[in-house]
Design a protein around this ligand. Sequence first.
Ligand code: CP
Length: 336
Amino acid sequence: MTRHFLRDDDLSQAEQSAILDIADQMKADRWGTKPLAGPQSVAVIFDKSSTRTRVSFHVGISDLGGSPLIISTANSQLGGKETPSDTARVLERMVSAIVWRTYGQAGLEEMAADTTVPVVNALSDDFHPCQLLADLLTIREHRGTLAGQTVAFIGDGASNMAQSYLLAGATAGMHVRVAAPAEFSPSPQVVTDAEHRSAETGGSVLVVTDPVAAVAGADVVVTDTWVSMGKESEKQSRLDTFSGYRVDDALMAHAADDAVFMHCLPADRGYEVTAEVIDGPRSIIWDEAENRLHAQKALLAWLLAANGANGANGANGANGANSANAANAATAAATA
Ligand code: CP
């Protein structure tokens, strides 16, 4: 079975930790590992706009010795003229991995079901798992550990970031709190999945409507835009609904004294967060943005090792290598 990364709980706690370890190594020695040498090509497809994801995958694939192939759906057949399945079956003959930023999770699942190369979710309506790897890497850098840390996400609980925090945080053994208006609660199935994962890792999950209850004593406070891509037509009603969920100095005062603030960007200062907080001393957003590069490089190296990738351009490399071996192989690659 080919390993993909479509949602945060596709990784076990040990696998997630191994990828973060590889990211640490790659950050310390940025050009020291070339698992994509050849160069092997990686297709990076965008249905939506992007700055961080586009640049970090382009630069990261190049750092790994590979050739990034950045594709806009508007200029390809994928945007309605060809199915994800057919697209995947063509691309697997030519590239070593497929990265896709899209809308529905179902398209990613269809693509992954029909290809032998790893498919990576670069943001969907439901999840943003690459961002969460970067966020976890950043939290670990600043807090020293993940397990036992309390993170409070404030805002749209049904957003891809909130839902990824539930799954990725639970996988890491964190205590994940989400504060959102009731009509913007996370998917009940995602909450259930996060609770099951928390039961394995010692983490916990709490969904509330009161932002102060979520932030009380938290180690990490997170928010994201109130108007995600695709929700522009709802802008005014969303601004009204979320007006009590702004992260400002008064809300941060309820967090732990040494709490940090995070935002995946782009930000709308004055809406979901004040300038005083996002540009203040507790904000670690620039480390968070940089870590997209290191986390995604580690993810690609790990996935290629996990799938036993044996070369560029259409190698049907998925050989069922177990994840522990894959992690070891990727770690060895990272330290070579
Ligand atoms: N955080 C994030 O995904 O940024 P971009 O939309 O710029 O890629």
